[in-house]
Each structure stands twice: as structure tokens, then as C-alpha cells.
Write a protein that binds this ligand. Structure first.
Ligand code: GRG
Length: 301
């Protein structure tokens, strides 16, 4: 059902079924050998979570006046890569979690070796899917996911766990920007590229940086205030592991204020990002970007 209340939710609701169908078509069937591997890949992918990264990619194609159908396969590739990161993040050698998206994590439902390899296979498949958006899209993904991006952020996050160093905002921002922000920014970039935009994308990249930070601060806050039912994962895990988080550094109230400040700064960039649009396209683009900036800090899961 469409409502004027949330342009972002309307947009996401319209495109999620096409994202699901695209993922379904990309993944090998569970009956295809090796069945344990393909079963584990599908188990981690379906049912999914919010599908935020593919929705952001499609939104970026929309607000840069691009072709959303051309961006659909690369958008699905982003979700393959994101799901790999969740499988690996949950492993005993990383965050050692047993609950994800409301059910047993992949290594609990299967075994550790199968979960590790299912993550590897999703990571590899992600690049094949994003390659349909061209070489620039592949480069953007490689930069965001690699040692200078998400994997590097994960290493820094693990190293910061209870290491006895004084909490430090610059260190925390650097972890969040790489671990979470890099893939969120790449999702926007890849959607714009695959949709056919040849514009300079500085404003969109800055929007992604601000959105990614606001999204992760909210994640940190939800870990303290959310329930397992809402989140689909065990709350309180950050606290238990003595992780470096915003609430640990500055308390819940100041964390929320910082997320609001970042969300407003992101929303302020909407007119710059949409500058090539006019009429109803401009109106929709502005509302989408402003609404997703607000969604990043008001979400409950
Ligand atoms: C290479 C061995 C190896 C491991 C890498 C890269 C990595 C492990 C982990 C990535 C870091 C990570 C999981 C960051 C958390 C980002 C985050 C906020 C995840 C939750 O995203 P949502 O809320 O989840 O979009 P859903 O379930 O909705 O998709």
C-alpha cells in the first residue's frame, strides 16, 4: 500500500520484491552440488533483512536520473556482499553470535567450515553481479569491501575490544566509516554508476558518509535499547564484549544527538544531489533523500 508519509518506505516496498527475485535468480539452486554450500548460502540470504544496500543503490539511480532496471543486478550484488560480511562477522573467531535475522546464525545451522565457505562464495558471486554495472562499479565495490574499507574496519573493531586504551572519537569514527559506512557509500555510488550517471559524485559520497555514520550510531544505540525480537539478534553484545561504541564513549543521549546532527547534514545535501532533476522527479528525489536520512536514525531494527 502506498502512503505519502514515507517516500523511502514506499520506494523500498515497491522495489524489494524485484530485489528478492533478482537474488533468487542469481543464487544457484539448493539442489545444485555442493548442496550443503548452496543450502547455506540460501539459508543466509532468505528471508533477508531490510535489504537497505540494494534499496540505496536503486535510490541513487533514481535521484541521479538513471535507469533503475540497469542498476538492479549490481544492487542485488551489494546484498550478496553484505550477507557474506554478516556470516563471517557472526563466526566464533569474530563476534561469536548465535542469532541473526531472528534465527540461528549460519555456522550454528550448518557448521563453521560451511558458513565460512558460504561467505566466501557470496563474496565472489557479489563481484560477478556488480560487474554487470561496469568496471567503475567493480572498482568501487573492491575499494569499499577490502582492507582499506570494510575488512580493515572489522580488524580495527576487533583490535579495539577491551584493549584498555582510552575511548577516542576519531578512532571510533574511523572504525564505523570503514566497517559500515564504506559499503553504504559504495551502494549509492554503484547505483548511480550502473544507472548510467556520468556526473561527478562528490555530493553523493558525502551523503553516504553521513548516512553510514548516522546508521551505525543508531545501531550502537539499538544494541543497548532494542529487544532480540525487534532486532533479530542478541542485544547487549557490544557491552558484553567491551566494544568501542558511541554510547560507551558519550552516553545514549549525546549519541542520539550526534546521529540527528549527521542526519540533518545528510538531508541538507539533497538539493545538490538532485540538481539534474526537475518537476515531479526533483520532488520525489528530494523527498527520498531527506526521508532515508531520517529513517537511518528513527529505525527500530
Ligand atoms: C574477511 C574473515 C573475514 C571477515 C570479515 C567484513 C566483516 C567480516 C564484517 C563486516 C562488518 C559488519 C558486519 C559490520 C556491521 C554493519 C551492520 C550495521 C550490519 C547490519 O546491517 P543491517 O542493519 O542488517 O542492514 P540487515 O539484517 O537488515 O541486512
Amino acid at each position: 500500500m502506498s502512503s505519502q508519509a514515507s517516500p523511502f518506505e514506499d520506494f523500498a516496498g515497491k522495489w524489494r520484491p524485484r530485489i528478492e527475485a533478482e537474488l533468487e535468480g542469481i543464487l544457484p539452486l539448493a539442489e545444485c552440488a555442493p548442496r550443503s554450500l548452496h543450502g547455506a548460502m540460501r539459508y543466509a540470504m532468505f528471508p533477508g533483512g531490510k535489504r537497505l544496500r540494494p534499496v540505496l543503490a536503486l535510490m541513487a539511480a533514481q535521484v541521479t536520473g538513471g535507469d533503475l532496471s540497469a542498476a538492479l543486478r549490481p544492487a542485488a550484488g551489494l546484498e550478496l556482499l553484505h550477507t557474506y560480511s554478516l556470516i563471517h562477522d557472526d563466526l566464533p573467531c569474530m563476534d561469536d553470535d548465535e542469532l541473526r535475522r531472528g534465527r540461528a546464525t549460519c555456522h550454528i545451522a550448518f557448521d563453521e567450515a560451511t558458513a565460512l565457505l558460504a561467505g566466501d562464495a557470496l563474496l565472489t558471486l557479489a563481484f560477478e553481479a556488480v560487474a554487470s554495472g561496469g568496471g567503475q562499479a567493480v572498482s568501487a565495490l573492491a575499494r569499499a569491501a577490502g582492507s582499506l574499507g570494510m575488512v580493515g574496519g572489522q580488524v580495527a573493531d576487533l583490535e579495539a575490544e577491551g584493549d584498555g586504551q582510552d575511548p577516542d572519537l576519531a578512532r571510533l569514527e574511523s572504525i564505523h566509516d570503514r566497517k559500515t559506512g564504506a559499503l553504504i557509500t559504495a551502494s549509492l555510488e554503484i547505483g548511480a554508476i550502473a544507472g548510467g550517471s556520468s556526473d561527478e559524485r562528490g555530493d553523493l559520497v558525502e551523503f553516504g558518509r553521513l548516512l553510514g555514520r548516522a546508521f551505525q550510531i543508531t545501531d550502537d544505540c539499538l544494541d543497548e535499547t532494542g529487544s532480540a525480537e525487534e532486532l533479530g539478534k542478541r542485544p547487549g553484545a557490544d557491552l558484553a564484549k567491551d566494544k568501542l561504541t558511541y554510547p560507551a564513549l558519550m552516553g545514549l543521549e549525546s549519541s542520539r544527538e550526534e546521529a540527528e546532527r549527521l542526519s540533518r547534514a545528510a538531508a541538507d545535501l539533497a538539493p545538490l544531489i538532485c540538481r539534474g532533476l526537475e518537476g515531479s522527479g526533483l520532488d520525489l528525489g528530494l523527498r527520498l533523500l531527506q526521508d532515508v536520512a531520517s529513517y537511518a536514525i528513527t529505525r527500530t531494527r
